[in-house]
Each structure stands twice: as structure tokens, then as C-alpha cells.
Design a protein around this ligand. Structure first.
Ligand code: PAF
Length: 282
């Protein structure tokens, strides 16, 4: 496995080696990322992972500085998974000048849910992903990129970006990896103490409850969503949102249409100071 830091070194490494299958990450890899790497290996001539904690997608009060950085362990894990190339730029490699040119995703998709509670988040994500795509796919002229469904809205925003800019990149979405008790794997789970970890499944359980309500209760969706939020709050969480949307566009389902359409329940909530997200297609 080759580890490269600069954009030039990456391009030299990839030249003539076929179509990359790319997994962008911010490091601190867990089984969820490794599942993305395994999918990538099935789809390209050469498997590339990036490790870059992208300042542009953090709000000033968020955890950019404390975000867990575990580079050596990440590289060992990637090597064991059969990754071919790790692109690990420093900030000055990827952003040699301040990145003043940024992408503005469609507000209808990107300013809701995560984008509402983390303004600018998807601008930061799209800007770095576009730049990483330019670095990884520039020489091959295209390839495959793999994203987890755990960040459901991110996956949709990236798909829309690829479609609107006609990028020659096929996006593959991979199901969320979960711990034995069902907790969605996330780098931020590391912030939970033992007591919080034992309570952390409640977010997923409320999404399951909400999905069940929507399919069976017949009551207005807003009422079920408010109840799910309250149930989580009663357990000591601070919910940002628990909501049910149409899968493809994240619009609310049409009134009375909640029984048939493919839907997704999405939630974000803080347990102590740790903000967790999860979702459930149903
Ligand atoms: O999902 C992530 O880890 C990040 O948002 C990504 C896609 C690597 C961009 O920084």
C-alpha cells in the first residue's frame, strides 16, 4: 500500500493504473469505513482511500480540533483490508491557498435537517469532495466513489452534485454497519462514556418506533414525529430532529401517502455533548 501526501504524488501514483474506486474518509476508521473499502475493492482497478479532516465542514464551535486523529492505526487497517493507495494530504496540500471558491448545493436538499442544524456543512462537504474527486479521478477520467448510508443526506447531496456537474463518477451507497446491539458505527461514538454508550441505542429505537407509527397508526405524521422527539427527550437526550421523509429527495411524504411510498426516518440528537445521527429506510 502506498501512502501519498501531495496531489502531484497521488496523480503520479494513479497514472496508468485504471479506474480508481475511491473511499473518502476523515480517518479514525471503524468497521463502517472498512465495509466501504470492501465495496470499493469490488468496483475498481485500484482502491484509493483518503484521510483528511476537512475544516470547511465544521462550524466554529464544533469538534474540528478534537476530532480523533489515528493516522498510524488507520493506515494499518486500510492495508489489512487490501487498500492500494492512501491519499493523506495536509491542509496546505489540499488547500494551498484559502479555499475561497466553494460549492453551493441546492438549499431544498442541503439546508434542511443536518444543513439546518449545521449551516454550511454541505458546502464544506461538497467543496472537499469535488476537490478530492478532481485529485483522484483526474488522471483516469472517472471511476467509482463509495459513501455510507449512515450519512444519508450527505449521500443524496453528493449524488445530486455528481448529476448536476456531469461528473464521470459512479456513486455507490453502502448500508450502515452496526454494533452488536444495533448502534450505528460512528467515529463520534468514541466520545460516549460507558453509561452513555449503554443508552446510545435509544435514538435508533425511536426511529424504529416512528417508522412503525407511520405505517400503522394513521395519525398525522407531525404528531408521530413530535411524540418520538418527546420520548427521546424524556430519556435525557436533546433531539435536533426525528422526522420521516421520502427517500429520494428528503421531502415530507404527501399527507395520507405514508403507507406505500419508500420512506426514511432520520434523526439527530445529543446525548450529553455528543451529537449522534442515524436513519432507517422503511
Ligand atoms: O463522511 C465523511 O467522513 C466526510 O463528510 C467526507 C465525505 C470524507 C468529506 O470530508
Amino acid at each position: 500500500m502506498q501512502i501519498v501526501q501531495s496531489i502531484d504524488a497521488l496523480r503520479q501514483t494513479l497514472a496508468g493504473r485504471g479506474r480508481p474506486a475511491f473511499v473518502p474518509t476523515m480517518g479514525n476508521l471503524h468497521e463502517g469505513h472498512l465495509s466501504l473499502v470492501r465495496h470499493a475493492r469490488e468496483h475498481g482497478d485500484i482502491t484509493v482511500a483518503s484521510i483528511f479532516v476537512n475544516r470547511l465542514q465544521f462550524l466554529p464551535h464544533e469538534d474540528f480540533d478534537s476530532y480523533p486523529r489515528t493516522f498510524e492505526a488507520d493506515c494499518a487497517t486500510l492495508q489489512a483490508q487490501g487498500c492500494d493507495v492512501v491519499f493523506a494530504p495536509k491542509e496546505q496540500d489540499l488547500y494551498p491557498q484559502p479555499q475561497t471558491f466553494k460549492l453551493q448545493p441546492n438549499p431544498a436538499l442541503a439546508d434542511i435537517l443536518e444543513g439546518h442544524f449545521r449551516p454550511g456543512f454541505f458546502t464544506g462537504v461538497c467543496t472537499v469532495v469535488m476537490k478530492l474527486f478532481a485529485c483522484v479521478f483526474g488522471t483516469a477520467g472517472g471511476g467509482v466513489a463509495v459513501f455510507g448510508k449512515k450519512d444519508y443526506q450527505q449521500l443524496l447531496v453528493i449524488r445530486h452534485m455528481v448529476q448536476q456537474f456531469a461528473l464521470p463518477v459512479q456513486i455507490i451507497g453502502v448500508d450502515t454497519e452496526r454494533a452488536a446491539d444495533g448502534l450505528a458505527l460512528s467515529s463520534r461514538n468514541a466520545y460516549l462514556n460507558a453509561e452513555q454508550r449503554a443508552q446510545a441505542l435509544a435514538l435508533h429505537k425511536q426511529l424504529q418506533w416512528l417508522a412503525h407509527q407511520v405505517r400503522t397508526s394513521g395519525q398525522p405524521l407531525a404528531q408521530s414525529e413530535a411524540q418520538a422527539m418527546q420520548r427521546l427527550a424524556d430519556l435525557g437526550w436533546q433531539p435536533d430532529y426525528l422526522t420521516v421523509r421520502q427517500r429520494g429527495n428528503l421531502l415530507p411524504p404527501a399527507q395520507g401517502d405514508a403507507s406505500q411510498t419508500p420512506l426514511v426516518a432520520l434523526g439527530a440528537a445529543k446525548l450529553g455533548t455528543t451529537r449522534l445521527i442515524d436513519n432507517l429506510e422503511f
